[in-house]
Write a protein that binds this ligand. Sequence first.
Ligand code: RIB
Ligand code: CA
Length: 308
Amino acid sequence: MKKVLIDCDPGIDDSLALALAAGSSDSLDIVGVTTVGGNVDLELTTANALALREFLQLGDVPVTPGSAGALLHRTVRATAVHGSTGLGDVVLPQPGRGPSEGHAVDFIVRTLEAAPGEITLVAVGPLTNIALAVRREPRIVEWARDLVIMGGSYTRGNHNPAAEFNMLADPEAAAIVFEAGWTVKMLGLDVTLTASVTSGVLERMRPLGRLSGLLVPAAQFYGVVTDESGPAIHDACAVAYVLDPGLFTCVPAVVNVETAGQHTRGMTVTDFKISDRDANALVATSLDVPAFWDLVIGSYEKLATRLG
Ligand code: RIB
Ligand code: CA
């Protein structure tokens, strides 16, 4: 059983990533969910995480809010992509329980300290909470079993030509995380954009009872679904990596995050030619897409039998 702590900014693809984790309960133990301002404001990402906890029947998994905005500079949001609520036009039942007391950074530090070497940090939003946790307690770099992020790219951006959203939303935080001393498992746009919900995938989501009431409208809001293309469920790739890293081809690299460029702020400058330097990242370069969808849909099917 792999233990994961998921830091997220739900967010449409965050919700599909949480659903993947929820459906994989036979191999994943979610020890906590922490939230960060990102796609939408912290109040909304936290409200969405609380609603998802109950809708996905995650039981008593603690949900702890963290940082509302970036370490420096102005806040970037993606409401044009995720809608004003952060979950497109999906309306989940109001949650009956609120968030845990305290701050996500303290939750991350004490949870990793209590189980050194056991818990994989999965970060699928801006890296503000992770960076603050590293600053608060640098030893989390040793205590974390792994750090897997959805973020960055070595070929292109999405929020602008240079930068992927999670990196652009807090470049200083991303720089701190990549320089902290661990080997970041970077699931960037280069692979996540191939994890797209085509019409064939959408048809596999339809017969999943209550769960399809989240999956189908969320995917359809997230982008145009055709036979050949569709919205990419970026964040689910990070969870899939924890479940089966063999789905991905990964290459060691030195990744530096641009924080000063007028047009390149948030760019993950990725150098694969590192014979004389130690890698600070393992960068995913390809994904076995059919096997990915078999894993994801299989997990959703298991979850659907629980949700009804
Ligand atoms: O660029 C994709 C990432 O930005 C995903 O994590 C999505 O949720 C948004 O936060
Ligand atoms: Ca996200």
